[in-house]
Design a protein around this ligand. Structure first.
Ligand code: OGA
Ligand code: NI
Length: 198
């Protein structure tokens, strides 16, 4: 496990975009993907907002994915395994990089065919508690041509990242603009933020 923590932290320090191709491991990824699909069938996923006062119509021009927040209070075995995993990651990050992360929040995200999320920053205007953004993809058999790439804009060339199963992306929430390109297939992920109260 520490190996995948190292991989993502070292690539982040080098390139401002941390990447690991196998972060959560195959088993947990599969279990979380099954949870997401079950929640989708139960109609538990809801239209995601954009953090400002905006109409649903305006909102849907910017993003049109569906989300569901994970919570230990759900007492779901796999969600809790995920939180245990993230607790270890945050501890490792704080110990090795003195990052001072004190909390986090994560949601499942489902992009149906035809969904996208236009270019944005993950930090809200009046609240800088989100320090790092993390996205973990849960898409088996993702093909070239399925779209749905994450496009991150560090200075210079945009970097295009396919939402392949097991991949995790990690970057500073207030620094890197990014967008989700039009997806031609249902696209699943867990997205979240590591936060600091300071
Ligand atoms: C977000 C986001 C990227 C992705 O939810 O803020 O930018 O690849 N997601 O799903
Ligand atoms: Ni984002």
């Amino acid at each position: 496990m520490e190996d995948s923590f190292e991989v993502i932290i070292i690539s982040f320090l080098k390139n401002k975009i941390g990447l690991s191709n196998d972060f959560l491991g195959a088993l947990l990824s599969k279990q979380l993907q099954e949870n997401l699909l079950a929640l989708l069938l139960e109609k538990q996923l809801k239209v995601a907002g954009i953090g400002q006062k905006s109409s649903l119509v305006e909102n849907k021009l910017i993003r049109n994915d569906l989300i569901y927040w994970l919570d230990r209070k759900h007492n779901d075995l796999h969600e809790n395994t995920f939180f245990d995993f993230m607790d270890r990651f945050v501890q490792y990050l704080n110990e090795t990089c003195y990052t001072g992360i004190t909390s986090y929040e994560f949601h499942y995200a489902f992009y149906d065919k035809g969904s996208f999320y236009k270019k944005h920053l993950d930090q809200f205007k009046n609240n800088n508690s989100r320090v790092y953004s993390m996205i973990m993809y849960l898409n088996e058999d993702w093909q070239v041509g399925d779209g749905g790439e994450l496009c991150v804009y560090p200075l210079g060339e945009p970097q295009i990242i396919s939402p392949l199963n097991g991949k995790c992306v990690f970057f500073k929430s207030n620094e890197l603009e990014h967008e989700v390109l039009l997806s031609h297939q249902p696209r699943m992920s867990i997205t979240g933020w590591l936060k600091s109260d300071a």
